[in-house]
Ligand binder design. Structure first.
Ligand code: SF4
Length: 416
């Protein structure tokens, strides 16, 4: 038997996780065995993220650990594109394959490791299949290193995306996680739109649900009229991930975000008018260079006003090669920390006040993953996580009564 044992570790966003699965499949298609643990592997593929400094440090530490175990190492993902030198310095023998070279991945691996003779069955997507639909974006956000790593928008072919969805569903998946750096700009480089792609996925026969990943409000503006009705389909989670990043138009301008707070307000309202019981998830960066107390107060006021179910709070992190890195008005670390703490307290307060209102409701839930101990986690139609005691299996669609709530999730009891 001649093959390598390969372990793929993927970090960061859903997109990167999805690409990790695709790289695993590419290795299996080359006759190599995919193993779960680095210790059992001959070769490790680190699919990196470098969105903030602390993540970059974690990636470099993991690279050194893996090469310390004397394993062959391939580094992929955003860091492979945006920080080639840092990787070569840390692990000089690593093979670096940036995302824009993924179409050469098979050739690179074959040249280095040959084709193996391991015959393995690709592990099916358990319940959730991650479906990347494009790489890169049309944004020019001044803080963002992903733009440097992923480049300008390259939408994937619509037929191959639909084909991937179809094979995932026939392979047993009950949930499709549609993902990209900005799903709303899908097809704007190929003459298509997300509003065209989704109905093609919805028409695939079977009982399954679709979660649509992060959208930049700027891109959404171009297609919102056609997109909102699609959300009403029974297969589409009533989940909207719309990163606002700041409640201050002055800061949005400095961030290179091409929409106003009012644009976002209007977009949220358009969805909420059409969708009963939807989930709004947003992202906020606190401590962006030049952010004053007044700017920050506008952000907290906006959160109190639009009451997002989820707010992903990130402290600004200066990234190499980004325009904001050169900004003089850096916000002191203690102040950024204090703002992050204040906004986190607020978002949990808002989250709990929304979830308390759902206690006693009967909700249809798709069981998507195992929880702690003997519990399972399911998702309501608004993609809210519900913890359920035993008595279900992955992929089940069950009715539950909501018996308890927290700021981030619910607890449910099975009902007939
Ligand atoms: S839309 Fe902005 S934040 Fe998102 S990946 Fe593109 S540049 Fe980065």
């Amino acid at each position: 038997m001649r093959f390598v044992k390969v372990c793929v570790e993927a970090y960061g966003c859903t997109m990167n996780q999805g690409e990790g699965v695709i790289l695993e499949r590419k290795m299996m298609s080359l006759g190599h065995e995919v193993v779960k643990s680095v210790k059992d592997a001959d070769l490790v593929i680190l699919n990196t993220c470098t969105v903030i400094r602390s993540t970059e440090m974690r990636m470099l530490k993991r690279m050194r650990e893996v090469s310390g175990y004397e394993k062959r190492l391939i580094v992929t993902g955003c860091m492979a594109a945006a920080q080639h030198n840092e990787i070569s310095e840390a692990v000089p023998d690593a093979i670096i394959v940036p995302p824009f070279e993924y179409d050469r991945f098979v050739q690179i691996v074959t040249e280095r490791f040959g084709v193996g003779d391991f015959v393995g069955i690709p592990k099916p997507d358990v319940v959730s299949a991650i479906i990347p639909i494009a790489q890169g974006c049309l944004g020019s956000c001044t803080y963002c290193i992903t733009r440097i790593a992923r480049g300008r928008l390259k939408s994937y072919d619509m037929e191959s995306i639909v084909g991937r969805c179809r094979s995932s569903i026939s392979g047993g998946a009950k949930e499709l996680l549609i993902t990209a750096q900005d799903t709303a700009c899908y097809g704007l480089d190929t003459g298509h739109t997300l509003a065209e792609l989704l109905p093609r996925i919805i028409e695939i026969p079977g009982t399954f649900r679709i979660r649509i990943g992060m959208m930049n409000p700027d891109s959404l503006e171009k297609i919102i009229g056609d997109l909102v009705p699609v959300w009403n389909n029974d297969k589409v989670y009533k989940f909207l991930h719309l990163p606002v990043q700041s409640g201050s138009d002055r800061i949005l301008k400095a961030m290179g975000r091409r929409y106003s707070v009012n644009d976002l307000r209007r977009q949220v309202q358009m969805f909420r008018e059409r969708l009963q019981d939807s989930t709004l998830s947003t992202d906020v960066i606190v401590g962006f260079p030049g952010e004053t107390n007044e700017d920050f107060n506008k952000t907290t006021e906006l959160v109190r006003e639009i009451r997002p179910n989820i707010v992903n709070v990130t402290r600004y992190s200066s990234r190499p090669g980004t325009p904001a890195e050169k900004s003089k008005n850096q916000v002191p670390g203690w102040m950024s920390k204090e703002r992050s703490r204040e906004l986190t307290v607020l978002r949990f307060k808002v989250g709990l006040s929304i979830n308390i209102g759902r206690e006693g409701n009967i909700e249809e839930v798709l069981i998507t993953e195992r929880g702690k101990g003997s519990t399972y986690i399911g998702r309501t139609m608004s993609y809210t996580p519900v913890v359920i005691e035993d008595g279900v299996t992955l992929g089940d669609l069950v009715n539950v009564e909501i018996v308890k709530s927290t700021p981030t999730h619910l607890f449910g009891r099975l009902v007939a």
